[in-house]
Design a protein around this ligand. Sequence first.
Ligand code: AMP
Length: 437
Amino acid sequence: MKVLIVGGGGREHALAWACVNSPRVREVLVAPGNAGTESEPRVRNVPIAASDIPQLLELARREAVELTIIGPEAPLVAGIVDVFQAAGLRCFGPSQLSARLEGSKAFSKDFLQRHHIPTAAYRTFTRDSFDSAWVRAQRVPLVVKASGLAAGKGVIIAASVTEAEAAARAMFSGRFGDAGNEVVIEEFLTGEEASFIVMADGEHVLPLATSQDHKRLADGDAGPNTGGMGAYSPAPVVTGVIHERVMREVISPTIRALAQEGTPYTGFLYAGLMIGTDGAPRVLEFNCRFGDPEAQPILARLRTDLTTLCEAALERRLDRVTAQWDERAALGVVLASAGYPDSVRSGDVIHGLDAAAELSGKVLHGGTRRSGGRVLTDGGRVLCAVGLGAQVSAAQREAYALVERIEFEGMQYRRDIGYRAIERELADEAAHDGGRG
Ligand code: AMP
């Protein structure tokens, strides 16, 4: 079969890599793809932007594509799945109405509240309805969020009410474009963050392997928020008990409520969660697609054919399939370009990709392009070096061995991806040794 992956980042390289490993797949098209997808055997880049829905539809028809998987949120929120389905084409992702869970934080907070799904207390404002007296009466810190899509940048943690007010006013004045026409201001939650990603078919849910990402730019989870500087799977924070609670208290009620409201959800669903010290999960956000960089380590562990899982979802029989996972842990380290996450520099030559390819593990590309015989940086998050190992610590060693081979001007990366999981592993080992006396 022929598969089309829409998008051109690290997640899409991981999706294309997973699909092309399927014996059923003859060819994978990626629109627009990157230098990494271009160099995979049986993968072909097509220079069509992920936002160009008419051209993508035309491509899928012309090439007789049998399955399309949408990577990024923007085309989902713009309704690409509805367009493909109206044309009789199989396309994995949520409809435009379901994708509002990510496209509008105001919608998703109201949805959560309406269905008593745990989340931070909040209020939504427009410029006209903004109530500074309410803001001043809140406890700090406060979290100020542009409601619309802001490429992971529209969230500000305000340490004071003055800062919260200033952040909201900056959003109303267009700092994030139309995304800031509505602003959600919410309570600051404490605990440990976890990503919980599932596939849904409108009715049933198939949870993917657990994962955790690192959003902050600098070591020790310091510095500005980014799209994600690394991730690993499994995430020990999601114990069996927490997994069960998240399914029961968050995922199942969400899928059920969406169906009840007449907008059944098919696609990857990503819940960003805060796990309180009491083990209670609360929703920070929903994303209507696979996470990036979570897709890279999760798909590195997937042993079941991804195309069969997507097909099962499109045929509403996810309850009849299971996903097999590599027992090993996987860990991905993002290599970002100079200036990321603010002003991103592009066009730097990337060295060492061939040397890295000789090692075990896999370097997945994000913002890269080929020019002549060279691979250049072309975006904020350039590469994601993924290692595997018996434990997260071993996967981390393999990932950083890849990183050491790679170099480009201004390259930034964190040295501590996975540190929380590794601390847990060390504590477990110590307890084990202690137990042995
Ligand atoms: P979001 O895009 O809504 O997930 O927000 C991005 C990041 O901001 C999250 O990954 C958290 O680190 C942080 N964040 C968002 N909402 C809250 C909250 N209510 N309390 C604490 N941190 C938050």
